[in-house]
Ligand binder design. Structure first.
Ligand SMILES: O=C(O)CCC(=O)C(=O)O
Length: 319
């Protein structure tokens, strides 16, 4: 079973009893393929809880947090002023007209799609539909129950910078971040276990969301399925709670760590960490993936210069 969460007052500053000199490998430029993530992860120390801390300086982050390769929750990265604006009516008034053609609906089925993900129903809904149901303005129709919106680009990079603010750790504020994605779901909706090849900043704006995390060292126990042609891998696991342990006996060797994000908190999740995520309340989250250095170099060597200039102006001007 996962261990209990750590409260901020008990949290050591960073994971400070660790020998950082052992861990610098995580900042190595080449760590964003499955191979290199797994090799580098052999140096990761085992943690039982995710540390919570106030937003550190960029020096501290870049010297002592990012190179360590462990998740951290920042408790004050979203200002109270920003947070107080983000309520359901604000979202509906700003984005309510947006229609989604492929909102996830219902439980995952046992079938696996080509991309290695389990199949789920899809419905068309607008953001206003979701907000009206969530705020009890109207009843949900059968096909509107248990719905989960996930979409890149609803909020543009510029808007994110203006309305919320990028992590303050990089010289150029938008440096190397992909367009933000929004995740808006009803209680009980979830995303099955998988890992991404990019570092992630997760901004929890409304509601609480539970993350079950596994270190890259646990990949061998998680029944990973490769998404063809992609560095992203899915796990056969759903959420820990729904897991049939007789079907997945190796899981007993893994070390799940759970952390529940509250509104206003930001999770920093290094690439390679497997995560299964569940909305405990009606929830709205925005995440920012950040290109890893090896991906940028690969784009560069493929001479996709325009794309690099869009996503990573700081790096392209250095080259
Ligand atoms: O919030 C979720 O349901 C999934 C989010 C996720 O997978 C991610 O941010 O990488």
């Amino acid at each position: 079973m996962p261990t209990e969460e750590m409260s901020e007052s008990e949290t050591p500053l960073l994971y400070k009893d660790m020998d950082l000199s052992q861990l610098k490998g995580w900042s190595d430029n080449s760590i964003d393929s499955l191979d290199t993530i797994q090799r580098a992860s052999s140096l990761l120390p085992r943690i039982r809880q995710v540390a919570r801390m106030k937003t550190p300086s960029s020096d501290l982050f870049n010297s002592y947090i990012a190179p360590v390769g462990l998740p951290v929750v920042f408790t004050d990265m979203i200002s109270q002023e920003v947070l107080s604006k983000w309520h359901w009516e604000y979202i509906s008034s700003k984005y309510g007209h947006m229609l989604f053609g492929d909102v996830r609906q219902g439980e995952y089925k046992d079938e696996i799609s080509k991309s290695g993900k389990k199949i789920i129903n899809r419905v068309r809904m607008s953001i206003k539909d979701f907000v009206d149901i969530t705020t009890n303005k109207r009843e949900a129709r059968e096909e509107e129950k248990l719905v989960y919106f996930a979409k890149k680009g609803l909020i543009t990079s510029e808007e994110f910078g203006e309305l919320i603010g990028y992590p303050p750790f990089y010289g150029n504020p938008e440096s190397c971040f992909l367009t933000p994605s929004i995740w808006m779901g009803m209680p009980g909706t979830y995303t099955q276990g998988h890992f991404d090849s990019k570092d992630n900043f997760v901004y929890q704006m409304i509601g609480r969301k539970r993350w079950t995390l596994f270190s890259p060292q646990d990949h061998p126990f998680l029944y990973m399925v490769s998404a063809k042609g992609s560095l992203e891998w899915s796990s056969a696991l759903e959420t820990l709670e729904k897991l049939d342990k007789t079907k997945f006996p190796l899981l007993l060797k893994a070390n799940p760590i759970q952390v529940t994000l509250n509104p206003g908190e930001v999770l920093y999740l290094p690439r390679g960490w497997v995560h299964a995520v569940e909305n405990l309340e009606p929830a709205f989250m925005i995440n920012l993936w950040r290109y890893g250095p090896a991906e940028i170099l690969k784009l560069w060597s493929n001479k996709v210069e325009r794309e690099i200039q869009n996503i990573c102006p700081a790096i392209s001007s250095v080259k």
